[in-house]
Design a binder for this molecule. Structure first.
Ligand code: HAM
Length: 426
């Protein structure tokens, strides 16, 4: 039997895991600067959490969840996104009572959706997301958007496009909803089965339908922006003013509705000019979800956040030929000559590593020449050579592979030299 990796998943092999670590570290560093703290929630939750949180009428809940029954007969689901879990934890841990509001959280971790796999669309993918809960200040909307934009910009991505919209507050949404029903109802039979179901439950989702995208009623559908009440309008204007004050360019697209049910007021996506990028051009999605904490059983609490997948980010970086400064070289490679030297090697390596030196040696019984080759292949800065002579003198030969210079010195001096050279590179 030949085992194969499940469809829509990938192995991240050492060459790319260095890139993963780099972008993950970038996310941690950036969140530290913005003062968002990491939260780690379980990979699975009660199924009902997502039905309620993400919304019954969404594609995610209707078609894409990995749901299973555990041995105790409970229905559990691999998390398809991070917001519902974060809000569940916020409520369960009574974070609404914490001193220091809003509570600003972030997460990096795998999410699972049973989607048709294609370039940039996986069944298991890693999201970096942030959620700020407890504040209804439009400045925090701008902060969250700025954090996402900075993440891409600091990694060197170009051609980013920030698209924003307002879905309005409850009142505005209701008025818009009624207008949408009135607009689509007379000709709903011309739409797909999904849209027919959406008409009464959640007509906004019709605007996001891929099958009926070209129907003439789509273009003429009433725009949410015409239905914003004064408060929602002012809120949206404030968000835009803050973004402008940060010199973050954006476009307003009243057609941006997002695929999850929990949004109101601000909704946004970050897209990228998609050459070589297949059909997927959205890198990030997010928005405000003021009713969600209540829906999950907490007190009325505003919230806003975004999520982006690291897979799409890495694809975008590759497409644009952006090489991340990842380290694959080592400081030193220990070459041993003779049995006695080989016996001393583990103790020596242990000492070097405890001094912070990145060092490796041969475990394949290679001859000396092959050990030198291995040092080259590993991109070592130095070789440390230990033979009978050095053992007798209690020294070691240190060879700088960049200059070819070689000297015989005490181990302590060798450590000092390697450490100094490392510092010089930093
Ligand atoms: P979402 O739009 O479903 O929103 O996903 C956000 C991002 O996750 C997408 O823009 C994309 O980068 C990535 N993504 C989604 N599905 C896949 C997939 N199958 N393969 C690869 N990447 C994917 C959410 O998940 C919300 N929880 C975002 C949010 C947080 N809103 C407020 N707070």
């Amino acid at each position: 039997m030949n085992f194969k990796i499940p469809r829509g998943t990938q192995d991240i092999l050492p060459e790319s895991s260095a890139l993963w670590q780099y972008v993950e570290q970038k996310a941690h560093d950036l969140c530290r600067r913005y003062n968002y703290k990491e939260i780690r929630t379980p990979m699975f939750e009660q199924t009902e959490l997502f039905q309620r949180g993400v919304g019954d009428t969404t594609d995610i809940v209707q078609k894409e969840m990995y749901t299973f029954e555990d041995r105790g007969g409970r229905s559990l689901t691999l998390r398809p996104e991070g917001t519902a879990s974060t809000v569940r934890s916020y409520v369960e841990n009574k974070m609404f009572g914490w001193a220091g509001q809003p509570v600003k959280l972030y997460y990096i971790g795998p999410m699972f959706r049973y989607e048709r796999p294609q370039s940039g669309r996986m069944r298991q993918f890693v999201q970096f997301g942030v959620e700020a809960m407890g504040s209804d200040d439009p400045a925090i909307d701008a902060e969250v958007i700025a954090l996402a934009m900075s993440f891409y910009q600091e990694l060197g991505l170009k051609g980013l496009k920030l698209v924003i919209n307002s879905l309005g507050d409850k009142e505005s949404r209701n008025n818009h909803r009624n207008a949408l029903i009135e607009h689509f109802k007379p000709r709903i039979s011309e739409f797909c089965g999904d849209c027919q179901q959406r008409l009464e439950k959640n007509p906004l989702r019709i605007l996001d339908c891929k099958k009926d995208r070209d129907h003439e009623l789509m273009n003429s559908a009433p725009s949410i922006l015409e239905y914003l009440n004064d408060e929602s309008k002012a809120y949206f204007e404030n968000v835009q003013t803050y973004l402008s004050s940060m010199n973050i360019p954006f476009e307003v697209d009243p057609g941006l509705v997002r695929g999850l049910d929990y949004y109101n007021n601000t909704a946004f996506e970050i897209m990228i000019d998609g050459e070589g990028f297949g059909a997927i051009t959205t890198l990030t999605g997010g928005g405000r979800y003021n009713g969600l904490v209540e829906e999950i059983g907490g007190p009325e609490t505003p919230g806003i956040g975004f999520a982006l997948s690291l897979e799409r980010l890495l694809m975008a970086l590759e497409t644009q030929g952006i090489a991340l400064p990842v380290e694959s070289s080592i400081d030193a490679y220990l070459i041993t000559m003779g049995d006695e030297a080989k016996r001393k090697a583990p103790g020596l390596l242990h000492k070097l590593r405890s001094e912070g030196i990145v060092v490796d040696t041969d475990y394949m019984g290679k001859k000396m020449k092959a050990q030198f080759k291995a040092a080259d292949r590993q991109n070592a800065s130095f070789t440390l050579i230990l033979g009978d002579e050095e053992l007798a003198q209690q020294t070691i030969v240190l060879k700088d592979l960049n200059t070819g210079e070689q000297e015989n010195l005490s181990l302590d001096k060798a450590i000092l030299k390697i450490t100094e050279s490392k510092r010089g590179e930093e």
